[in-house]
Design a protein around this ligand. Structure first.
Ligand SMILES: [Ca+2]
Length: 254
């Protein structure tokens, strides 16, 4: 591997491992100057280059061990291609690895919706018929999630009538949280992406599905369930939330 391709490869590794650009530049310069200094004193140019590559390889190995692995898609749910039905149930979950749970006083009104007569109408969750607050959560059958660094939630949604669809998390210690980040009213379906590092969180009363006090920097290293709610009852098509699909990106917890 030549110097150019070696550098490109090592820079690729650095980038994938999430080290800052400043750290990459500084470390690269430090390693090169160190190798040059010592090669001038003790070694020939070729020996100096070999020493430099050895030091660099050791550093990359260490960086790979120490650095956090990149975020990956942990799961996606798109809901079953099947006739509309109330309430939403496990039979509407398309991803075999996931379990769905419904929460709140309005849970019996959560609908798996679809309209055959509307062109390109997706198969989605609809809150318009919920008589009270509601929340839908998804849990992996065997794994918990680490959403503490670089995690994100993506979804396709369409809200109406003052609704703000928010991310909800259940930690493995039983704590429920609801996010400051949300998706509001739109005329058409929209894809939204939320970086969880940018979110603030309030504690969530899961029996009432209402927000409580702010929780400053909660640890998201061990998350059991990921959900969504607008913290409101439904008001038919004029006041509702709709979710076509959801993706969770992060890392699996140990
Ligand atoms: Ca769908």
């Amino acid at each position: 591997m030549g110097d150019g391709s070696q550098r490109a490869w090592s820079q690729h590794c650095f980038r994938e491992k999430g080290l800052s650009q400043f750290a990459r530049i500084w470390l690269w310069g430090f390693l090169k100057s160190t190798a040059r200094d010592y090669s001038d004193i003790f070694l020939s140019a070729e020996q100096g280059y070999d020493l430099f590559m050895i030091v660099l390889s050791l550093f990359l190995l260490l960086a790979g061990v120490v650095a956090e692995p990149a975020s990956e898609l942990l799961f996606r749910e798109d809901w079953a291609v099947s006739p509309p039905e109330i309430p939403l149930g496990q039979n509407h979950v398309a991803n075999e690895d996931l379990l769905v749970e419904l929460h709140g006083p309005g849970l019996h009104g959560i609908k798996k919706s679809h309209h055959d007569w509307i062109e390109n109408d997706p198969y989605y969750v609809w809150s318009g018929a919920c008589p009270g607050n509601w929340l839908v959560s998804l849990r992996h059958k065997s794994k918990s999630l680490d959403l503490s660094q670089g995690a994100k939630v993506r979804w396709r949604s369409k809200q109406a009538g003052f609704r703000q669809l928010r991310i909800a998390l259940k930690l493995t210690d039983g704590t429920w949280l609801v996010s400051s980040l949300s998706a509001g009213e739109s005329k058409d379906w929209e894809i939204q992406e939320f970086e969880l590092d940018q979110a603030r969180w309030r504690k969530l009363n899961i029996s009432r599905v209402t927000e409580e006090d702010w929780v400053e920097k909660p640890g998201l290293e061990s998350v059991a369930e990921v959900g969504f709610t607008d913290l409101m009852p439904g008001g038919l098509s004029a006041a509702c939330s709709r979710l076509d699909w959801i993706e969770v990106h992060g890392r699996w917890a140990d």
